[in-house]
Write a protein that binds this ligand. Structure first.
Ligand code: MN
Length: 350
């Protein structure tokens, strides 16, 4: 493990071991919170963390903000997931009969990125957190924020390594085969299959160990990247061919309306590959895909190639992410008006 990660991973490992000892006395439960618009990294890291806690004898579930996307069903994690009901949100803090006693966020530090689960997350002020997003206003002792790490999954792996060291367990006793697959899913997602600049030598070393632990990279990449449903293939192709280019080809934008989703019988998550395909067009510096996820809501996905900061741009619309990949969700805006506004705002800086 790189020295940069050693202190943070060791500190989190100790905190988790102590927390589980406390929880064993009360038979309480940890809820692990991924962000809304779930992706391979937040699902992978939250599921792996829940498994790690269970492998240490604790009760834990992933507090899901939405249904698991169908392309992640191969991870076979249903028994790790908890979908809070409305009565739970109103204060009945029982998770499968266990009292909810600890909040733990991964790949996400802020409650507002968790959708309706925000209220449950913020029920406890001193939550644990492992995240690789750039956040400056968080430096609590129970949090490990490392913007240099490729993914939350890579960070969870380092924590697991330290847990194995401290408890005297083997690494496979902490990270089981399914968890290895989950962690691999997050690393390949956030590194674009080891092609983005966040891919470091230690990222590849981590992936190598995960392969030895059963993280089948072929299966993970096929399911997360290559496998397409017929409707996904059709709507992605239609969306790509509707792309508009501005600023001498530096800005590319696609808008996908509810009518288009209906026409192709497609789900709103079936155009997720369009934004990176747009970004990959020669000359494009900034790519934006807007989609109506329902009549009142527009989801924006942003990608950039070099200097354009997607994270700062997404913040203007209440979202966030990384410099080269970010997103936001807005309510009550017309998708075409929003597109025009983005074109003019981005043109000013491109
Ligand atoms: Mn991530």
């Amino acid at each position: 493990m790189k020295e940069l990660y050693f202190e943070g991973a060791s500190r989190m490992a100790k905190i988790i071991i102590d927390k589980i000892d406390d929880l064993k006395k009360t038979d309480g439960a940890v809820l692990v919170f991924p962000h809304k618009s779930v992706d391979g990294d937040c699902v992978g890291s939250s599921c792996a963390m829940v498994s790690i806690i269970r492998n240490l004898g604790g009760n834990a579930w992933v507090c899901m903000p939405e249904e698991l996307p169908s392309n992640m069903s191969f991870l076979d994690v249903d028994d790790l997931l908890f979908y809070p009901q409305e009565n739970f949100i109103r204060g009945d803090l029982l998770v499968h009969g266990k009292r909810y006693e600890t909040a733990f966020s991964v790949d996400c530090s802020e409650g507002h990125r968790m959708g309706e689960n925000c209220e449950i997350f913020e029920y406890y002020e001193d939550s644990l957190d492992v995240d690789h997003h750039e956040v400056t206003h968080l430096s609590a002792p129970l949090k490990w924020i490392e913007p240099g790490a490729s993914s939350a999954c890579e960070m969870v792996f380092y924590v697991a390594e330290r847990i194995a060291e401290f408890t005297g367990k083997s690494i496979s006793g902490v990270i089981d085969t399914r968890s290895a697959k989950c962690l691999m899913a997050g690393i390949v997602t956030d590194t674009g299959r080891f092609t983005y600049t966040n891919t470091k030598p230690e990222t590849l070393e981590t992936a190598g160990i995960l392969m030895e632990l059963g993280g089948n990279i072929t299966e993970v990449c096929y399911n997360l990247f290559d496998l397409k449903t017929p409707s996904e293939f059709a709507i992605s192709s239609a969306a790509c061919s509707s792309a508009r280019f501005y600023c001498d080809g530096k800005l590319a934008i696609v808008t996908v309306t509810s009518e288009m989703f209906e026409k192709y019988h497609a789900n709103t998550d079936e155009i997720s590959d369009v934004v990176s395909r747009l970004r990959d067009v020669g000359g494009v510096e900034f790519a934006c895909v807007l989609r109506e996820t329902d009549k009142d809501t527009v989801r924006g996905n942003l990608r950039s190639k070099t200097d354009f900061d997607c994270s700062i741009f997404a913040e203007k619309y209440g979202g966030g992410g990384h410099k080269r990949a970010a997103g936001f969700t807005v309510k009550g805006r017309d998708i075409n008006d929003l597109a025009e506004e983005i074109i003019s705002e981005a043109s000013a800086v491109l």
